[in-house]
Design a protein around this ligand. Structure first.
Ligand code: NAD
Ligand code: AKB
Length: 317
């Protein structure tokens, strides 16, 4: 039986639900404490302990870590890109203070490992568009991207200065069917499936030829676990690793969906999220993650689309 006791903050979000379930499978339900501001997600009920927590309340978080003998923390609470542009100061405050609270408590309580995700949103209009490298010009233009960029360097700082084993991935847009996305620019790639099943049509808020880096959730969960299980000697990036799954545009995913849903229609009505998408790379070079801890994605656009539609159709029938 594992000696670790894991705390997942933001466990009821798009990634949190699936990551909590995956970690509970590995370590046992009682060893993975799910925490969130929201009510417990239906899929988590009965699979392990749940606690209501505001990560901004540092004292409450500290007490929880001590009382529950927590040894690892996964911090997933954040405000994503599109919502962040509506309330920049709130996004900055949550995204930064939550991380500093977790890093400080980890230092004081000798937490063995911390996971905190970054995003392709660290890149900005001056970064290379195609195969954007690990190290390049990084000048984010959203408050979300700025908070992720600053967060990466806080992680690196706490590792260098205090020896905290903090690890991070720059996720692309994540596509999943178990839990809904929460206010990002890449959310269209989930909504398009939901609307295809409900109405066989979709109104895209991004233009048809907007290519963005994306990843299917099973790959993202596996990448997270593989990164966290890798020996420390294999982790040479202490800011955050580029990882890549696939890259497609709204037109390309619509064509793929219409292979399974004949007559599927898409219309393009770009909104303010277009400018955010235009500021990001269209594809990512993840050779460092591949070399350091053998990262390799399994899902491309066609495999992901079939898997999404099969599973979403099943849950609707
Ligand atoms: P999400 O919005 O779906 O989930 C975040 C969760 O955090 C929510 O359940 C929310 O209730 C909770 N939360 C918010 N404020 C909180 C607080 N004060 N205390 C406790 N919980 C709080 O987000 P997600 O998509 O699951 O993203 C998780 C992490 O991964 C974030 O850091 C995000 O930036 C990063 N990321 C996500 C994607 C993606 O496509 N989903 C891509 C790149 C990076
Ligand atoms: C968003 O669109 O904000 C997220 C991300 C890529 O970080 N999905």
């Amino acid at each position: 039986m594992t000696k670790e006791k894991i705390l997942i903050i933001g466990a009821c979000g798009q990634i949190g639900v699936e990551l909590t379930l995956a970690l509970r499978k590995i370590h046992g339900g009682s060893k993975v404490l799910a925490a969130d501001l929201r009510e417990e997600n239906e899929l988590l009920k009965g699979t392990g302990p749940y606690v209501s927590l505001d990560v901004m309340n540092k004292e409450m978080l500290h007490v929880l870590v001590l009382r529950q003998n927590i040894t690892q923390i996964y911090l997933l609470a954040a405000i994503l890109s599109a919502t962040g542009e509506k309330n920049p100061s709130l996004a900055w405050s949550l995204n930064m203070q939550s991380l500093l609270n977790v890093l400080d408590i980890s230092r004081e309580e000798k937490i063995t490992k911390v996971y905190w995700p970054s995003s392709i949103a660290v890149f900005g209009p001056s970064s290379p568009k195609e195969n954007c490298p690990q190290q390049t010009v990084i000048e984010p233009s959203t408050v979300y991207g700025i908070s992720k960029f600053a967060g990466e360097f806080w992680c690196n700082y706490y590792h260098q200065r205090y020896g905290i084993d903090v690890r991070s991935l720059r996720y692309p847009g994540l596509i999943s069917y178990k839990s809904d996305p929460g206010g990002g620019t890449t959310d269209y790639a989930v909504e398009i499936f939901q609307d295809a099943i409900a109405e066989n049509k979709y109104v895209s808020y991004l233009k048809e030829d907007t290519y963005l880096p994306m990843m299917y959730m099973p790959d993202a969960i596996r990448a997270t676990i593989e990164l966290m299980e890798a020996p420390p000697s294999q982790i040479t990036v202490r800011t955050s690793y580029n990882i890549s799954g696939m890259s497609f545009s709204p037109r390309e995913i619509a064509v793929e969906i219409s292979r399974y849903r004949p007559g599927f229609q898409i219309e393009y009505v770009p909104d303010s999220r277009q400018a955010i998408a235009d500021s990001w790379p269209s594809s990512i070079d993840d050779s460092r993650a591949r070399a350091d801890w053998n990262w390799k994605p399994e899902f491309d656009l066609s495999r992901m689309t079939k898997h999404m539609l099969d599973n979403m159709t099943l849950s609707h029938s």
